[in-house]
Ligand binder design. Structure first.
Ligand code: MRU
Length: 347
């Protein structure tokens, strides 16, 4: 399989290099973020997206801030880095990985006393986090592969693949690992309206790897489940609280349908996606622009003046989830939050 590197740091130019996910599958282009403002724009426009990739973007974002802020006095320098970090962490509200990545690098720099030490430490910590993201995805893949029998047809929603992480993926990481171990796997990718991450991105990256993928309208999932054409569902997550899994809007609908048809519903996520602190009703669900729903390919789909709701995520109650695959193993709800909180403190 050809590795896809979604996000990386370029040492020669001190920039963050991203695959522009808004252009796929039509064209493959990369974006170079030279400033924190450009990175924030990339996050808001979904040029870089997906919870683990946002964690890596947040981490490199703090390293970028430290590299570009021109300030000689230490406390003023730190104040500016912190303000930039705050702006990056708040670029999108739902995926916890973004603020987690930002905070991890911020806490790693506080013990240093010169600006050059801080710049160096920020970049080293961001590199470490990026490496760990790859390692977690491969471990999730290997752990989750045990849930996928030879000849399985898997439904997935949105894109929880290499493009949503540094590489390999979470939900698609499980599929890649299963295929790599010699199993035959078919993927049903829900198109994922309104921005088509399933149709554009999941189908693109699986196709690149020669993994069988068929795209369906989101609304066709229940019909195919009833016909017995889907063996299990595997999705990613933007945040997992004590009560619910937050993921791309439509995930809840698939989980309800899967339960109604006795189809296992699995979530794949690194431990950095768990949020032991907030309860489900404290989580902000991002509401995005009307035009994402009201226009498709430049054509108006909705009469002018008719209101639109465009929540980007929904919350699936944990009792609809059969298992959560993490880098440290397969967790089955009800979860042991004391254990998760303990592990969370050290990552
Ligand atoms: O709005 P997006 O494209 O950032 O939404 C992404 C998702 O919902 C993914 O399923 C989630 O981040 C998991 S990625 C491994």
């Amino acid at each position: 399989m050809k590795p896809i590197e979604t996000i990386r740091w370029d040492d020669d130019t001190s920039t963050i290099v991203l695959i522009d996910q808004t252009r796929l599958p039509l064209s493959f282009r990369v974006i170079r973020c030279r400033t924190v403002d450009r990175l924030i724009t990339a996050i808001r426009r979904l040029e870089v997206r997906g919870a683990p990739a946002l964690g890596v973007a947040g981490a490199y974002g703090v390293a970028l801030a430290a590299a570009v802020i021109r300030e000689r006095e230490l406390s003023r320098f730190l104040g500016k880095v912190e303000a930039a970090a705050h702006a990056i962490a708040n670029a999108r509200p739902t995926a916890v990985n973004l603020s987690w990545g930002v905070n991890r690098v911020l806490s790693s720099i506080r013990r240093w006393s010169t600006i050059s030490e801080i710049r160096h430490a920020a970049l080293q910590e961001a590199h470490r986090l990026a490496r760990e993201d790859s390692e977690s995805c491969h471990a999730i893949g290997d752990n989750g592969s045990a849930l996928i029998a030879d000849g399985t047809t898997v439904l997935t929603h949105c894109n929880a693949g290499a493009l949503a992480c540094r590489e390999w993926g979470t939900a698609l990481g499980i599929i890649r690992s299963a295929v790599e171990s010699g199993k035959e796997v078919q993927v049903i990718a829900c198109e994922t309206r309104p921005l088509f991450q399933g149709a554009r991105l999941t189908a693109w990256e699986l196709n690149q790897d020669g993994i069988a993928v068929t795209v369906i309208p989101d609304s066709a999932a229940a019909y195919l489940m009833r016909k017995g054409e889907i063996d299990c569902a595997v999705v990613g997550a933007d945040r997992i609280t004590r009560g619910a899994v937050f993921n791309k809007v439509g995930t809840y609908m698939h989980a309800v349908c899967a339960r109604a048809h006795a189809i296992p519903f699995y979530v794949a996520a690194p431990l950095s996606t768990f949020d032991p602190v907030h309860s489900a009703n404290e989580i902000v669900i991002e509401e995005r622009d009307r035009n994402e729903v009201a226009f498709c390919g430049g054509h108006a789909m909705i009469p002018e003046g008719v209101p639109v709701r465009n929540p980007a995520f929904d919350a699936t109650p944990l009792d609809l989830v059969n298992a959560i695959v993490t880098e440290s193993g397969i967790l089955r709800p009800p979860l042991d939050w004391d254990d998760i909180t303990r592990i969370h403190r050290v990552i």
